[in-house]
Write a protein that binds this ligand. Structure first.
Ligand SMILES: Cc1ncc(COP(=O)(O)O)c(C=O)c1O
Length: 371
C-alpha cells in the first residue's frame, strides 16, 4: 500500500531524543531543549516567541483563551478544516461561525467574511488548508477595520508563504501541529508563535497550570499543555531538515500536476501568484462533470494499493456544533462539495515518480471504465 503519509525519522532525531533522556529532560518545565525548539521554530516563522504545547489542538485552544475570548463571543473560522479549529472556540465557551471556502484554494472565502461580522465577533481564525496560505494581508486589513484578533491555524502549512513571508508570524498568534503526518513532527505536539510580549506571557502562564504568586496560588484556571523535553529534542532534529521536507512536498506536487493534468474530471490544487504552497497533502476534487462517484473510486484505488483520505466534513455540518447555544446556521455549499467530492493522495517525501505514475494510471483506468 502506498500510504497517504509516513513520517521520516532519522538517526539525528533518535540521538537527540536519547540525549534528552540522558540529561533527564523528560518533563515539560525544565531543560534546554524546550526553549531551544521554541526559539528556533519561532524564528523560522518570523515571530519573537514560541510556546510549545502538547498538540495543534491545544495550541489553538490556549491561543483562543489567551486572546480573552469566552462566553458570548463569536469567532469566524474556515468551514473546511479539522474539527480542532472549531473545538478551540467551543472549549472556550464561544461560538464558531463557519466561513465557506473559495473554489480554488479551498481556504475561507475572504469576500464572505465582512457580512458575517456581528457585534459579538471577536476574532478571525483562518486555516491555511492543505498547505496553501490564506491571504493574510487581506485578513489583517479586515481585522483592523473591525478591531478583531487574528489567530492563524497553520497546522498544515509550516513554511508556507504570503508575499515572501512565512505563515504563523503573520497575525497575533500562529498555531502549529507536530502530529506524525505534519511537515515536521514531534510525534504529538504543537506550538503557538507570537511577536506580542503580553500574549506570550499569557500563553506561557496558561500552558503551565497558571501558577501565580506565591506558587500554588492561581488567579485564573490554566491547563497542563506542556510539551516534553524529549519531544522538543525530536522537533529540533526535524526542524534542521524542514527546507528539504518542504521541497519534497513541492516536488511530489509537481509530479502529480504533471501526471494528472490531462484528467479533465479532476480539479487540481493551485498556487496563487503571491503564495508559496507547501502541499502538506496533495488534494484534488472530482468535478461535477465526472461520471463517477468519489467513494467507489477511492475503494478501487485502495484495492490497487493506493491509500487516500476524503477532505474534511465542514464545520456547518457538525452535530455537536449545531446543538451549541448561539449556533448560526450558515450555508457553506463550496465546503460541502469538497466534503463530497474532494480527497487527497499519498504525499510523503518518500513518494516516487513510479508511485505517482501508478496512481495517475489507476485513476485514468477507473475513469475510462466508467465513462
Ligand atoms: C487544520 C488543522 N488544525 C488543527 C489540527 C490539530 O492538530 P493535532 O492533531 O496536533 O491536535 C490539525 C490536524 O491534525 C489540522 O489539520
Amino acid at each position: 500500500m502506498i500510504p497517504v503519509f509516513e513520517p521520516e525519522i532519522g538517526e539525528k532525531e533518535i540521538e537527540l531524543v536519547i540525549d534528552a533522556l540522558r540529561k533527564g529532560e523528560i518533563s515539560g518545565s525544565f531543560g534546554e531543549y524546550i526553549p531551544r525548539f521554541e526559539a528556533e521554530f519561532a524564528k523560522f516563522c518570523g515571530a519573537t516567541h514560541g510556546i510549545a504545547v502538547t498538540s495543534g489542538t491545544t495550541a489553538l485552544e490556549v491561543a483562543v483563551a489567551a486572546a480573552g475570548i469566552g462566553a458570548g463571543d463569536e469567532v469566524l473560522i474556515s468551514s473546511c478544516t479539522n474539527i480542532a479549529t472549531a473545538l478551540a472556540v467551543y472549549r472556550n465557551n464561544a461560538v464558531s461561525v463557519p466561513v465557506d471556502s473559495e473554489a480554488t484554494t479551498w481556504n475561507l472565502d475572504l469576500d464572505l467574511v465582512e457580512e458575517l461580522i456581528t457585534p459579538k465577533t471577536k476574532a478571525i481564525l483562518p486555516v491555511h488548508i492543505y498547505g496553501h496560505p490564506v491571504d493574510m494581508d487581506r485578513v489583517n486589513a479586515i481585522a483592523k477595520k473591525h478591531n478583531l484578533v487574528v489567530i492563524e491555524d497553520a497546522a498544515e502549512a509550516h513554511g508556507a508563504e504570503v508575499r515572501g513571508k512565512r505563515v504563523g508570524g503573520l497575525s497575533d498568534m500562529g498555531c502549529f501541529s507536530f502530529y506524525a503526518n505534519k511537515i515536521i513532527t514531534t510525534g504529538e505536539g504543537g506550538m503557538v508563535v507570537t511577536s506580542d510580549d503580553k500574549l506570550a506571557k499569557q500563553l506561557r502562564l496558561l500552558r503551565n497550570l497558571a501558577f501565580g504568586q506565591p506558587r500554588f496560588y492561581h488567579e485564573v484556571p490554566g491547563y497542563n499543555f506542556r510539551m516534553t523535553g524529549m519531544q522538543a529534542a525530536f522537533g529540533l532534529g526535524q526542524l534542521a531538515k524542514i527546507d528539504r521536507f518542504i521541497e519534497d512536498r513541492r516536488r511530489v506536487a509537481r509530479m502529480y500536476n504533471d501526471k494528472l493534468a490531462s484528467i479533465t474530471e479532476l480539479q487540481l490544487p493551485v498556487e496563487l501568484p503571491w503564495a508559496k504552497n507547501v502541499y502538506w497533502m496533495y488534494a484534488v476534487v472530482l468535478r461535477p462533470t465526472a461520471k463517477v462517484r468519489r467513494d467507489p473510486m477511492l475503494d478501487f484505488l485502495r484495492k490497487d494499493g493506493i491509500d487516500t483520505r476524503t477532505m474534511f466534513c465542514p464545520m456547518n455540518m457538525q452535530p455537536f456544533l449545531k446543538k451549541q447555544a448561539g449556533y448560526r446556521e450558515i450555508a457553506c455549499p463550496v465546503a460541502e462539495n469538497l466534503w463530497e467530492n474532494g480527497f487527497y493522495l499519498p504525499s510523503s517525501s518518500s513518494v516516487t515518480e513510479a508511485d505517482v505514475s501508478k496512481i495517475a494510471d489507476a485513476i485514468k483506468r477507473y475513469l475510462a471504465a466508467n465513462r
